[in-house]
Design a protein. Structure first.
Length: 405
């Protein structure tokens, strides 16, 4: 192209605005650039051991060794993923509670991919509808639904004290504001970002309201095993599925298998009967085909290998128990250490919270001061990743928190 012709070219990319940084991942970028030698990153939901590393589970290492020794192909998986993996997801998530002929399961790139596939399905097949999200919820939930073109609303979740579960407010909003056919997002356990979960009795009331209002549950099940245990954390899910015939379940193995970088999840659609399930499954496959075509093999093969072997499954459950118990210990250690700072602020409400996250009650101004003065990074809402704390830095952390209160 000659100079005169080039001078007339209109550059369409010029003037594209810079997107704001992700509210959570953007903090990690700032953390990595921080020169403070005592900095701490308590923002991203990643489990870390006492040395500050995100460990590879022993069961995963052994599964990978077997896979490398026996692998014979790098060929594509089918659109819905590895069959052995999908069968293990069915067993782990549903057990014997649901007739398998009613459940379509597709392997997805992580829990995020599962949520997006479910949202795309709702928009394509169930519109017009809305999805109701708890306030607060994971920061990426509203962005995922908006990107799919799924209108969203919120229902009350926390009480006015910002530390307790507002069951009455939630039920009132779902009873009075929703319409039959609306979807409702529910965290199965270890609510992100608060760590505040319904009790088994609360789940019965929620399930009754969901059924009476003819709502479609979209259950985010990203932390199975991190609340009270692998089976115990299914209480809310099982209660809901006893009350309704249709639901979505989006699960992830990032946390409980430590497979963060492998992006292993699944979207499960529960239908009223087998014929409906098959039709819905075909539409889910169409969504996947026009998005990422088929999922990756390695992570799903790890999960399938572990869950198919009784010894590796036992080791996995033991390792999940150890991670959960360490998180609980760190939460208790934080509460006790804060008492010793003399700040006069009681954080004992954190002891009722479950999972990796705790809603600290810190204000955005206090959060900003922790970052600017102490190199401690937490989400602006005050959400702290308890799993990112360390025993040897607990005094430093608590003294910094006390200084901003």
């Amino acid at each position: 192209m000659n100079a005169s012709a080039k001078s007339n070219v209109v550059h369409r990319f010029v003037g594209i605005p810079t997107a704001p940084p992700d509210s959570i991942l953007g903090l990690t970028e700032a953390f990595l650039a921080d020169k403070n030698p005592s900095k701490m990153n308590l923002s991203v939901g990643v489990y870390k051991d006492a040395s500050g590393q995100t460990p590879i589970l022993k069961c995963v290492k052994e599964a990978e060794r077997r896979l490398i020794d026996n692998e014979t192909t790098k060929g594509y998986l089918s659109i819905d993923g590895l069959p052995d993996y999908r069968e293990q997801v069915r067993s782990l998530v549903f057990g014997d509670s649901i007739d398998p002929s009613r459940v379509a399961i597709l392997q997805t790139p992580g829990g995020t991919g599962a949520l997006r596939v479910a949202a795309d399905f709702i928009v394509a097949q169930l519109s017009p509808t809305r999805i109701w999200m708890p306030s607060p919820t994971w920061a990426n939930h509203p962005a995922i639904f908006a990107a799919a073109g799924l209108p969203s609303e919120t229902y009350r979740y926390l009480g006015s004290d910002r530390t307790s579960f507002d069951l009455a407010g939630m039920l009132e909003d779902l009873s009075q504001k929703t319409k039959p056919g609306d979807a409702v997002l529910l965290h199965a356990c270890c609510h992100n970002p608060t760590g505040v979960d319904p009790t088994p009795e609360d789940w019965k009331a929620i399930a009754q309201t969901v059924a009476e209002r003819q709502l479609i549950p979209l259950i985010d099940f990203a932390y199975q095993g991190f609340g009270e245990g692998i089976e115990q954390d299914k209480t809310g899910l099982n209660t809901l599925l006893e009350a309704v015939d249709e639901a979505f379940v989006c699960n992830s193995f990032s946390k409980n298998f430590g497979l963060y970088s492998e992006r292993v999840g699944s979207v499960c659609l529960v239908a009223a009967d087998n014929e409906t399930m098959k039709a819905a499954q075909s539409q889910l496959k169409t969504i996947v085909r026009t998005n990422y075509s088929n999922p990756p093999r390695h992570g799903s093969a790890i999960v399938a290998t572990v869950l198919q072997d009784p010894e590796l499954t036992s080791l996995w459950i033991q390792e999940v128990d150890e991670m959960r118990e360490r998180i609980d210990t760190l939460r208790q250690h934080f509460v006790e250490t804060m008492k010793n700072t003399g700040s006069g602020h009681d954080f004992s409400f954190l002891l009722k919270q479950k999972g990796m996250f705790s809603f600290s009650g810190l204000t955005p101004m206090q959060v900003d001061e922790l970052k600017s003065k102490h190199g401690i990074y937490i989400v602006g809402s005050g959400r702290i990743n308890v799993a990112g704390m360390s025993e040897d830095k607990m005094d430093t952390l608590c003294q910094a928190v006390a200084s901003v209160l």
